[in-house]
Design a protein around this ligand. Sequence first.
Ligand code: ASP
Length: 313
Amino acid sequence: MAHGGVNCEDSELVRRALFKAVLAGSGGARVSCLSGVEEAIKVLEDDPMFNAGYGSVLNRLGEVEMDAAIMDGTGNRLGIVAGIAGVEHPISVARRLLEKGDAVFLAGTGALRFARESGFAPPSRDLRSPEQREVWEAIRANEGRYPPGVDPFTGFTMCRPGPSRPGKFPCDTVGCIVMDDQYRIACGTSTGGYAYKPPGRIGDSAVPGAGFWAGTWGAVVCSGKGEAFMELLLARRVEEWLKDGLSPQQAAEKAIEVLQAEKGVIGGVLVLHRDGRWGKASNAMTFPAAVARDGKVDFLSKVDKGWPPEASR
Ligand code: ASP
């Protein structure tokens, strides 16, 4: 299952991209959960609609700085890169760190050095998409404030095509969870953060237990105001609630209630229980996701909840 972030337009175009991602992530029994997560997220990092990889939002200096993380919930293994620039697929660098690194978490120039030493070449294209450059110019021209209607998470005006992308709509941080038929589970995230962020800012997508978590009871991926997710350590708490017996839908809803009550910010939470049930909740305008299961893909819009329907649990 994969999501396109909070305030990501729930359009046919986005559904097609999520469809492609979840199919890439569920490529047969030979693919490990970690490979599934990496492949799904790579598809979204390549797509300029999403705030991840190419097309990431720009920081105050007009640069891309990305966070990505991958976690194996079976052995509690982690790979995280934060504030990284100069790679096309931060999720793949995070995966390599999980597999081979002497560390689990690298930031900035150290993360880039690890990437180069591991054979990751510079990107084949400038990661700053023309659309995000225009967004950055518009914010700068407005003295660092978001012009009316501009969404910090996507950099675009909500629910309208971006300046030079007729027919295309803005998307946000991406997250993915994969479980195999042995009930092994893994999750991952990738993001450019928020538009016009201070250089060096690292968000919850890079912080285990805040913006993502995979453990004994299930896995969680989040999107929204990263500072709040970090201060509340929300993803880890969701797993605790699963352990306490809440359904994944109840746990997802409780996370959003806590986020709203304690921080008053927007977010979205996607939860997969080890028993195959899932939950999804958000207080944002949209939080589209796709779920691939038994060769079939379902799309979840903002109003769609988890599976199975609560009444039959
Ligand atoms: N959580 C991400 C961050 O704060 C942004 C997002 O999900 O929209 O970096």
